[in-house]
Design a protein around this ligand. Sequence first.
Ligand SMILES: NC(=O)C1=CN([C@@H]2O[C@H](COP(=O)(O)OP(=O)(O)OC[C@H]3O[C@@H](n4cnc5c(N)ncnc54)[C@H](OP(=O)(O)O)[C@@H]3O)[C@@H](O)[C@H]2O)C=CC1
Ligand SMILES: CC(=O)N[C@@H](CCC(=O)OP(=O)(O)O)C(=O)O
Length: 310
Amino acid sequence: MTLSVFVDGAAGTTGLEIRQRLASRKEFSLVVLSDENRKDLAARQDALNASDVAILCLPDDAAREAVAMIDNQTTRVIDASTAHRVADGWTYGFPELIGQDTVANAKRVSNPGCYPTGFLALLTPLLRANLLPASWPYSVHAISGYSGGGNALIDRFESDHSIAWRGYGLALGHKHVPEMQQYSGLDHAPNFAPAVVDAHRGMVVEIPVPVGAIEGAADAKALHTVLSDFYADAPLVQVADFGDAPPSELLLRKDARPWDGLSLHVFGDAHNVRLIARLDNLGKGASGAAVQSLNLMAGLPEQTGLTPSA
Ligand SMILES: NC(=O)C1=CN([C@@H]2O[C@H](COP(=O)(O)OP(=O)(O)OC[C@H]3O[C@@H](n4cnc5c(N)ncnc54)[C@H](OP(=O)(O)O)[C@@H]3O)[C@@H](O)[C@H]2O)C=CC1
Ligand SMILES: CC(=O)N[C@@H](CCC(=O)OP(=O)(O)O)C(=O)O
């Protein structure tokens, strides 16, 4: 059976990448509105209610509006925005952490934020295994390609080449902090320091942990072992080897190809640990994750049709 999939916001950065990923998929029939109609409420309402699955690639308010316009019991939703990530009645679309079956059976799925994808992938298994305490005041540093800010930030970086680095979230309270805290189970909100660099796509998320100063915390090798075991059967997550000597550098390349995987790294010893996640903000951080959830909701293997590893 072919599922009809309506992409609301199909002309935006995330929507376009979802369209690319679905264009050759025979299991789905893709529905997008014409440029003329794409913001027309009646046209959107019809398309939303006629689809088996609606993928919302919209600003938060427009995503809430879309959900409110669904007046039938059958349309299922994947929302790429922040609007429903910690909302009651929504399933957090992170199959590796929440469970494949939970996502497969969900009617309302919220796609994880790009930064939380790296943060939660690193920290949640370690907290669940009690190798790190939930009570520690963690901090997280991250950089994103400018496509993470959608069309507005793309236009800004592509018209002003003098910006090499843009730190932001300086008032704290970034919109991703609630989901980071909720799905890791931390006692305190993490101190989140995001920045944008002059690359179109790509993301690095780092959690430095002074394990030697934390009572009950495990050393780097033990953390690595637990992460490797946790993701052993996850087709989209790779845990890099914990070698005798770490590589001299990790690079984010400006010409990186689209990538829907997530690679996790553990460096350090019994005193200090650097937990690092690398991903594509438009891949596992947005459109790739939406397609991963769509696959599961359609009863297909989660990695079907996703772009290959970088
Ligand atoms: N870019 C990324 O890496 C990630 C983005 N997201 C989230 O995905 C969502 C989309 O982001 P992104 O694609 O980057 O943003 P863009 O700004 O690139 O695209 C948003 C699209 O939605 C359209 N739109 C705005 N309001 C309405 C409306 N009322 N009805 C119909 N269409 C509307 C916009 O049209 P117009 O431009 O004409 O206003 C635009 O085409 C956001 O919630 C974002 O936070 C999530 C993870 C990562
Ligand atoms: C570089 C940049 O601006 N990134 C965006 C987050 C992108 C993302 O994940 O957006 P959603 O939370 O809507 O999913 C930001 O920090 O607001």
